[in-house]
Design a protein around this ligand. Structure first.
Ligand code: ADP
Ligand code: MG
Length: 281
């Protein structure tokens, strides 16, 4: 789908009354805005075209747009429209008012039941993406937002990949993600399976939710990578034996034996209180 081209940013964004800054990432600033006509809140992600200095950065944005347009799930942030001026690209998205899950967990770790609730919603969204050949590749609490009634919403498909755009060996080769959430097989640069690395990141997220700290961490980046590569982490004393067992299946350094999304859905720790989430095609 083509991006609409309108020359003047003020006319372009005339439908929206842009307000305060909600958050910043590597490439974008996200603002709260109000649809002048309906009064509804939206989030506007503003990307400065000057920052898209290489063809691969431009193709990342195009991919983010085409992927987000195809996804329709209660736990994935909805993209309404994309506008572009000479200098900027604007994503008009659902406004998710609860902020980042990261900010909430930074204030204090979650109980095992609450961790499970968020993890179930995360897996529901991730499984939906994988079944459509979409891999997020940058799952972390900064990219998980909290909506109405504390519902989790996956956002930021800026690093995602699609099956079919993958090399003939079926593996992805781009180094991406955020150090602490990166799967060990990404570090070896031999190519990796997009679904497996998302499952690993989900494991790191689940650990963070219940422990309140990262499983693999070190002020020295190389030392952190070494811990990830060896799968060296220690569970806090309050973690149940069943959760520890489940985490060891997610944080399995061998992608071949690591648990899959289908197996996660059948796991006893995961299944407790899980309601299948229905979505529209
Ligand atoms: P980047 O690709 O630069 O990381 P993100 O899409 O992750 O940009 O957005 C940056 C930050 O803006 C997020 O971490 C979050 O705090 C905030 N944000 C993004 N989308 C929304 C939204 N739909 N509603 C509310 N806040 C948002
Ligand atoms: Mg982000």
């Amino acid at each position: 789908p083509e991006i609409e081209h309108v020359p003047n940013d003020n006319t372009l964004l005339g439908k929206y009354d842009v307000g305060k800054l909600l958050g910043c990432g590597a490439f974008a600033k996200v603002y709260h805005a109000r649809d002048v006509r309906t009064g509804h809140s939206v989030a506007v992600k503003v990307i400065n075209k000057k920052k898209l200095s290489t063809p691969s950065l431009i193709s990342n944005i195009k991919r983010e747009i085409s992927i987000m347009r195809r996804l329709n799930h209660p736990h994935i942030v909805k993209l309404h429209e994309v506008l572009a001026s000479k200098s900027k690209i604007y994503f008009i998205m659902d406004y998710i008012k609860g902020g980042e899950l990261f900010a909430k967990v930074a204030k204090g770790r979650f109980s095992e039941d609450l961790s499970r609730k968020f993890f179930q919603q995360l897996i529901s969204a991730v499984g939906y993406c994988h079944s459509r050949g979409v891999f997020h590749r940058d799952l972390k609490p900064e990219n998980l937002l909290l909506g109405e009634n504390g519902n989790l919403k996956v956002s930021d498909f800026g690093l995602s990949a699609v099956k079919g755009q993958i090399r003939p060996d079926g593996l992805l080769h781009t180094l991406c993600g955020t150090p602490a959430y990166v799967a060990p097989e990404i570090l070896t640069k031999k190519g990796y399976d997009g679904a497996k690395v998302d499952v690993w990141s989900c494991g790191v997220i689940l650990f963070v939710l219940n422990a309140g700290y990262l499983p693999f961490n070190d002020p020295n980046l190389m030392a952190m990578y070494k811990k990830i590569y060896k799968g060296e982490y220690r569970c806090p004393k309050w973690m149940s034996a069943d959760l520890k067992r489940f985490l060891s299946r997610l944080l399995d350094t061998n992608p071949e034996t690591r648990i899959t999304v289908d197996e996660i859905l059948k796991d006893p720790w995961f299944k407790k209180g899980f309601k299948e989430i229905k979505w529209c095609e």
